[in-house]
Design a protein around this ligand. Structure first.
Ligand SMILES: [Zn+2]
Length: 342
């Protein structure tokens, strides 16, 4: 008759008892320090778990441990599931790979959906006065670094543009343009920025390249679309997971402030953000009786202006990099005009 030696634990104390196990007529008999007999059907034998002792669990909480794996499997062949070693390894590897795939998928989902979602939620929570403070510091820094230089536009021209901007109607819930700064920036070229707090920087180069004020207002309306939906803040938060966490828990936007001047100018918006800003611009233009193609017209002029400057423009301030697919957007604006005209 086959027997097996092992240790018995009564489930109450850590003390181990040496026992001999014997399976006879479907009854498991223990002898030695402890004597007990249990119907084999009533005991539980868990699957092997690495190099840990094989275990036999009794219904009352007691258990046996056996380290002689070969003898154990010989006595309880059914618990080995008849798998060869290779098959067992394969089963284990399949499990490990599946677990790994699930882990990777969870992280990927967190990155693709979770991070933008969190950034969007945090961006909504940042109070407007903080964003305005961020604007002020950013513009101050850009002035100090002489990225922005004094405007050469006449006071009359500046006042006229401000009047037109102030007279514009905006959709309900939209961010309104805040302070307007006139600057020149030959390095940047024709452009206008709206910073996250709604401050507007209008460059001489843009004013000079435009055919009319409506084109300038169209670009500003597009920029205010980014402001309204807080695209720049969302981008900055996403780019800096640390900033996101700090802002979320501590309500401290200093990490954002430090990165703002560079981040705001080099921001590259997703196609989705650009489309939303274009749609916003179209709504604003319609609200103000300005033909929607004004935005496309100016974008084509900008594209031409940059084509002339090829090779000299700094890559990080490329309007076309931050506002890609001009042709597609112009086409879309035209289609919209045609549809509206019908
Ligand atoms: Zn844009």
């Amino acid at each position: 008759m086959m027997t097996l030696t092992g240790f018995y634990f009564d489930g109450h104390s850590a003390r181990r008892h040496s026992v001999t196990l014997e399976l006879r007529d479907d009854v498991l008999h223990l002898t030695g320090d402890v004597t007990r007999s249990d119907a084999f059907a009533a005991v539980d034998i868990p699957s092997p778990l690495g190099h840990t002792p094989r275990r036999i669990l009794f219904t009352d909480g007691a258990h046996c441990e056996v380290t002689d794996y070969a003898a154990f499997d010989a006595m309880f062949p059914s618990t080995q599931h008849g798998l060869s070693l290779v098959a067992q390894l394969e089963a284990r590897w399949t499990y490990v790979l599946a677990a790994l795939a699930i882990t990777v998928a969870i992280f990927a989902a967190g990155y693709v959906w979770g991070l933008p979602y969190a950034a969007g939620k945090v961006a909504e929570r940042i109070p407007e006065h903080m964003l305005v403070a961020m604007d002020d510091q950013t513009i101050k820094t850009l002035d100090q670094q002489e990225v922005l230089q004094p405007s050469k536009l006449s006071q009359a021209r500046q006042s006229a543009l401000i009047s037109r901007l102030r007279a514009m109607k905006w959709p309900q819930g939209a961010a309104m343009p805040g302070r307007v700064y006139f600057r020149s920036a030959p390095e940047i070229g024709p452009n206008a920025f709206a910073f996250p707090g709604g401050s507007v920087v209008m460059l001489d180069e843009l004013v000079n390249v435009s055919d009319n004020d409506e084109q300038i207002l169209a670009v500003l309306a597009h920029e205010m679309g980014h402001v309204t939906e807080r695209h720049a803040v969302r981008n900055m938060l996403q780019a800096s997971a640390v900033g996101l966490v700090m802002t979320w828990y501590v309500g401290d936007i200093s990490t954002l402030l430090a990165a703002a001047p560079t981040a705001l100018l080099s921001t590259s918006y997703s196609r989705d953000f650009e489309r939303r800003a274009d749609d916003f611009s179209a709504r604003v233009l319609a609200l103000n009786g300005i033909p929607p193609e004004r935005l496309g017209e100016l974008l084509l002029k900008l594209e031409a202006a940059y084509a002339d400057k090829e090779g000299t423009r700094p890559e990080w301030m490329d309007y076309l990099a931050t506002h890609p697919n001009t042709a597609e957007r112009v086409r879309k604006a035209r289609e919209k005009t045609n549809t509206d005209a019908k």
